[in-house]
Design a protein around this ligand. Structure first.
Ligand code: AMP
Ligand code: ZN
Length: 489
């Protein structure tokens, strides 16, 4: 399988570091708000990678952190703690906020068929790991203590700018509006490993450490959690493209300085979901959630389908029109699958493998999901049996996660129910129910129609029972040509 590696800027053959396991790490959500559908694009595409590796036979161990402390409103180690900001906004404690939005995140994942990683670890549960790493970085001179905080010293590295093409000068200019330069830093790109001093002294979560009571920086959590569960190396680290710098760059800096060797082999970055006016972001407050899409009548899996239709290394523009088109195409696809007849034939192995190979060829090419989606149509058009098509669709849906077969079964049942209702309505219209006193009673009319339906279906037991029940209520039915009369006796 060829996978683009952001660290080498090339597509490389994916070869696991160890024979028996693929170690995969994913930057998890910052749980101070709902995930927006941009975040979810990243998790959908990472899920495809996770599932495809398993599909091809690898034993994957995937770890994800939950950022419930330390992520400030600016990447430049300044600003308010995002969690605290959420807690203030909603008049809750930080831990209440974290629990609420963690649950909401996994509920979104469930609806989108995103497999829960094997290990999900909140940042607040691994403080000892961070202290262990920072202690060694201090001992070996990679970190320093200044103004109450512990910083990583980027000047100690031969190579720091792994994930960007900026030169040092550009980055030196990089203090953003509203963010003051931190005078304690020896170098512009140094970053905080441990805070004891913050401009916002009301930081709710604090732990004891060799450098004083405080809390970890954001970047250290991913290194600590990954090493805790996956050891000293890593096959694939994933995240959205915005995490490449500074977050992942800093993860590499501190991890490799701590370990004394290379840490992660492949870096997979999912490009952004943008709105027509720019990047969708949580902090701008302007974002769409999965629940909002559902409220507007969209199936979460239509959103998954929308994401699969484009390559993960291209920015994807969200618009309602684009989503409408995706939902329309998804429903049409389901309808076509529903029209196939299961059990009508046999699975032709040779055809099945040919179709499967088309699918794997698409995903082996740097996870080309848009091409993989077209394979679904190739399967439907293939000159083979319905059972072969259904088996192939079912098989590849283990990766695409579109619930194709279940949705087709639902669709078939819904169509059958609709057809039966239409037939019943037609039959009712042709069968007159006449009250002898001229006073209509919709309940009695419905029951007489029900009796007529039972008779039509030659279910005489039910027909007689309805007649007896009506009789017991004092209602007598007389059959007439093209209908029935009734009266109260
Ligand atoms: P956060 O909860 O902000 O830490 O982000 C969770 C994940 O979503 C990270 O992997 C981000 O890189 C990713 N992400 C953030 N914004 C977008 C976006 N507009 N499109 C795709 N992924 C994004
Ligand atoms: Zn991370």
């Amino acid at each position: 399988m060829l996978l683009y590696n952001s660290a080498t800027r090339t597509r490389q053959e994916f070869v696991p570091l160890h024979k028996d396991i693929v170690k995969m790490y994913t930057c998890g959500p910052t749980v101070y708000h709902y995930a927006h559908i941009g975040n979810l694009r990243t998790y959908i595409m990472e899920d495809v990678l996770d599932k495809y590796l398993r599909f091809t036979g690898y034993n994957v161990k995937r770890v994800m952190n939950i950022t419930d402390v330390g992520h400030l409103t600016s990447d430049a180690d300044e600003g308010e703690d995002k969690m605290l900001k959420g807690a203030k906004r909603e008049h809750k404690t930080v831990m209440e906020i974290a629990q609420f939005y963690t649950d909401a995140f996994f509920e979104d994942c469930r609806k989108l068929n995103i497999r829960r990683p094997d290990v999900v670890e909140p940042a607040t549960a691994c403080i000892d790991e961070y202290i262990k790493i920072i202690t060694r970085l201090m001992d070996t001179g990679y970190a320093y203590f200044a103004g109450g905080n512990v910083y990583f010293d980027t000047s100690k590295l031969a190579r720091y700018y792994v994930f960007n093409d900026f030169n040092a000068e550009d980055l030196a200019e990089g203090v953003r509006e509203g963010v003051e330069a931190d005078a304690n830093k020896r170098n512009k790109n140094d970053f905080v490993l441990w805070f004891t001093k913050s401009k916002f002294e009301d930081q709710a979560l604090k732990w004891d450490s060799p450098w004083g009571v405080g809390y970890p920086g954001w970047h250290i959590e991913c290194s600590g959690i990954s090493m805790k569960h996956l050891g000293e190396d890593l096959d694939i680290h994933c995240g959205g493209i915005d995490n490449a710098f500074p977050h992942h760059t800093n993860e590499i800096a501190q991890s490799e300085s701590y370990l004394g060797h290379k840490w992660c082999n492949f870096w997979m970055h999912v490009h952004h979901l943008n709105t027509t006016s720019g990047k969708m972001s949580k902090s701008s407050g302007e974002f769409l959630t999965l629940s909002l899409l559902e409220e507007k009548g969209y199936d979460p899996l239509a959103y998954r389908f929308f994401c699969l239709q484009s390559h993960y290394r291209k920015a994807l523009v969200f618009s309602w029109e684009n989503l409408d088109n995706a939902q329309g195409a998804y429903l049409k696809l389901i309808a076509k699958i529903a029209a196939l007849k299961p059990g009508s034939s046999v699975v032709v192995q040779e055809d099945f493998f040919k179709l499967r190979d088309k699918f794997t060829a698409a995903l082996d090419n740097d996870l080309n999901t848009s091409l993989a989606v077209t394979v679904l149509y190739d399967i439907l058009k293939a000159k083979t049996t319905d059972d072969t098509k259904l088996a192939a669709l079912d098989h590849i849906d283990n990766v695409l996660g579109l619930n194709l077969i279940d949705k087709a079964i639902e669709k078939r049942a819904a169509d059958a129910a609709e057809k039966a209702a239409a037939e019943q309505a037609k039959a009712n219209a042709q069968f007159a129910v006449i009250p002898e006193d001229g006073v209509e009673d919709p309940t009695i009319t419905a029951r007489i129609h029900e009796r007529q339906r039972a008779k039509r279906e030659r279910n005489f037991e039910v027909a007689d029972r309805i007649r007896d029940e009506l009789k017991a209520e004092g209602i007598e039915i007389t059959d007439i040509p093209g209908g029935a009369k009734w009266k109260r006796v």
